[in-house]
Design a protein around this ligand. Structure first.
Ligand SMILES: Cc1cc2nc3c(=O)[nH]c(=O)nc-3n(C[C@H](O)[C@H](O)[C@H](O)COP(=O)(O)OP(=O)(O)OC[C@H]3O[C@@H](n4cnc5c(N)ncnc54)[C@H](O)[C@@H]3O)c2cc1C
Length: 598
């Protein structure tokens, strides 16, 4: 076992982890530990943009951004944190620009902006151009820029180290335990402040836009150490994943004028009951549900479970004319194939590679895909993890990015608000963690700090059963996609809870082929599956319990939002007797709940 000591340890090297590490390292000794080489983090896959009310192309205000986010969240987001994030947004985008991030530009050289679902201009009541982007590679550029800055600022990286445990003693949090993937050796990192920034858990579901590494490690570790998970029932399905593969087609395609078409050739989003005003640019939960209903009623293409996303210039120009859409200078919105290619180069490349379809000439077959966790480790707006309904902080423990629940996204996240969330709360958790480290001493490590992590690995490695991880994983993904997906009912969710519990039992009886120590990915994949199973159980139980429809949590048996009974956050603890639930108030500042209309 090797020992290390840093004032601040950050787990995860995506946008949130890098920003946290960068800011913490300005005043405290800081290490960033990542199971992936940093530049491979999922932030690099983000395409569409980062939201900030710069007002470069039309009038816009952080206040409008705040309102849209509150409304998008279906009013269950904490408004103090939302106000803070939206006010910070312009500053942080300029900060990224000054770090060297190559944003796309307007002809005058300002940062270019495009519309995204749910972001509105309050004067015109139409979608506002708020998403700042670098073509369709915004996340990639954020990740590269932050990694360069971290190297420049001498942040210490431990790449390809998988964190397996949070050391929590009676005195508080003392550090983390990590396995060096190349050698199988255990490392203990003693720290005064620990920041979890391990990303999401889309791999719980069969069809997902998420990377293979999105296995909910940080959340599962926290759950095993007695920390609750918040609002797990709110999981976002992005409307446009490539059919059967889940690979994401950015909402930016709809921002550039792409439309959704059913088997009858109709642009169904314009229908009454869906979103006649903003159509494809309604919030994601609304669009995913509309697509699901079209498919359920036999209007998927060829009766199948997909819809066409059409961004061919002919279609875009036809509907832009019907909508009366204009360019910023007031001229009619007319696009050419070349412009589409210039704005969406990677999307076109994906479609040609994976589908053999060229989006400039043909529509893309798409279906909703598991995309983003609104829930996670509960924090306040400083990134401090808060562990009960009174929001009591656990000193020294922080979380930022997709694994955290601040909660700025409430029941449904707006596109471009996650890249914003990771940089804003990454930065502030880094600052707060460094401040905490300056004012406190190291907590002594327990006698055998790696005991819990080793026990988990040994029980997997030594299991002599008959079950295979691929099979357990497949059954988990299917039951979660079928029953804890876009639409939910009591019976289905019960089936899912029972199934996940059965799979957790079967997991105890697995068998691995690789008994080695070096690069034992089979062992790590098995451990990751145990994390996914824990996360799936908490998700299904939290969902089953919430008897209303709100944001991404849509129930056929309780179709209405019920503010009287359910305007509250769910907290879920993992205990030896199963999942324990409790509730926490939502923070309101200015905006009272209203019915959402798009
Ligand atoms: C395809 C796609 C497109 C998207 N497009 C957009 C967009 O246009 N705009 C937007 O706002 N949002 C978008 N999102 C969402 C957004 O990109 C993510 O929510 C965000 O990037 C998450 O950042 P993060 O730093 O929390 O996690 P990540 O970037 O995933 O980083 C997680 C880090 O944790 C590390 N890690 C995980 N587990 C462990 C462990 N056990 N030990 C050590 N390290 C660990 C990983 O190595 C990685 O470095 C998109 C998401 C996807 C999947």
């Amino acid at each position: 076992m090797k020992k290390h000591q840093f004032e601040v340890v950050v787990v995860g090297a995506g946008g949130a982890g890098l920003m946290a590490g960068l800011y913490a390292s300005k005043s405290a000794s800081t290490a960033v530990i990542s199971k992936l080489y940093p530049a491979r983090s999922h932030t690099g896959a983000a395409q569409g943009g980062i939201g900030a009310a710069l007002g470069n192309l039309e009038e816009d205000h952080p206040e409008w951004h705040t309102y849209d986010t509150v409304k998008g969240a279906d009013y269950i987001g904490d408004q103090d944190a939302i106000e803070f994030m939206c006010a910070e947004a312009p500053k942080i985008v300029y900060e990224l620009e000054h770090m060297g991030l190559p944003f796309s530009r307007t002809p005058e050289g300002k940062i270019a902006q495009r519309p995204f679902g749910g972001h509105m201009n309050k004067n015109t009541n139409m979608p506002v151009r708020r998403a700042c982007y670098a073509a369709d590679r915004t996340g990639h550029m954020i990740l590269q820029t932050l990694y360069q800055q971290s190297i420049k600022n001498n942040v210490t990286f431990f790449d390809e180290f998988q964190v397996m445990d949070l050391i929590r003693t009676e005195e508080g949090v003392a550090g983390v335990v990590a396995l060096e993937i190349a050698t199988g050796e255990m490392h203990v990192f003693q720290a005064k402040s620990i920041i979890f920034a391990t990303g999401g858990w889309g791999r719980v579901w069969e069809i997902t836009s998420n990377a293979y590494a999105y296995t909910g490690d940080g959340l599962a570790i926290a759950l095993r150490r007695g920390i609750p998970a918040q609002d797990m029932e709110f999981y976002q399905f992005h409307p446009t994943g490539i059919y059967k593969m889940g690979i994401l087609i950015t909402e930016g395609v709809r921002g550039e004028g792409g439309v959704l078409i059913n088997d009858k050739g109709e642009r169904f989003m314009a229908h009454e009951g869906y979103a006649p005003r903003v159509k494809e640019l309604a919030s994601r939960d609304v669009v995913s549900r509309a697509m699901y209903l079209e498919m359920k009623n036999g209007r998927g293409i060829g009766g199948k479970k997909y819809i066409y996303l059409d961004v061919t210039p002919e279609t875009v120009n036809k509907y832009a004319a019907i909508d009366g859409r204009t360019r910023p200078d007031g001229s009619p919105y007319v696009v050419t194939g070349e412009e589409i290619l210039g704005k969406l180069p990677d999307i076109i490349d994906f479609c040609e590679t994976y589908l053999g379809v060229n989006p400039v000439t043909d529509p893309m077959p798409v279906q909703p895909t598991a995309h983003y966790a609104m829930g996670g480790i509960p924090t306040n707006k400083f990134g401090e993890v808060v562990i009960d309904k009174d929001r009591t902080p656990l000193p020294g423990f922080f979380a930022a990015g997709e694994n955290a629940c601040v909660s700025v996204h409430g029941g449904n996240r707006l596109g471009t608000n996650s890249l914003l969330d990771i940089v804003v709360f990454g930065k502030h958790s880094g600052l707060k963690a460094a401040e905490h480290a300056k004012n406190t001493e190291y907590i002594p490590l327990p006698e055998n700090p790696t005991e819990f992590a080793e026990a988990q690995l040994e029980s997997i490695r030594n299991s002599q059963g008959t079950e295979r991880i691929a099979e357990i994983s497949k059954e988990m993904k299917e039951v979660m996609f079928d029953h804890v997906g876009v639409f939910r009912v009591e019976e289905g969710m019960r089936t899912a809870v029972d199934k996940i519990r059965e799979l957790k039992e079967r997991f105890k009886n697995i068998k691995l082929d690789d008994k080695g120590t070096q690069f034992n990915m089979e062992l790590l994949n098995a451990w990751e599956l145990s994390n996914l199973l824990d996360v799936a159980e908490v998700t299904a139980v939290s969902a089953l319990n919430r008897k209303e429809s709100r944001g991404a949590h849509a129930r056929d048996d309780y179709p209405e939002r019920d503010d009287e009974k359910w305007m509250k956050h769910t907290l879920a603890w993992q205990t030896e007797y199963g999942i324990k639930l409790d509730y926490k108030d939502v923070i309101f500042t200015k905006y009272k709940p209203k019915k959402r209309v798009y």
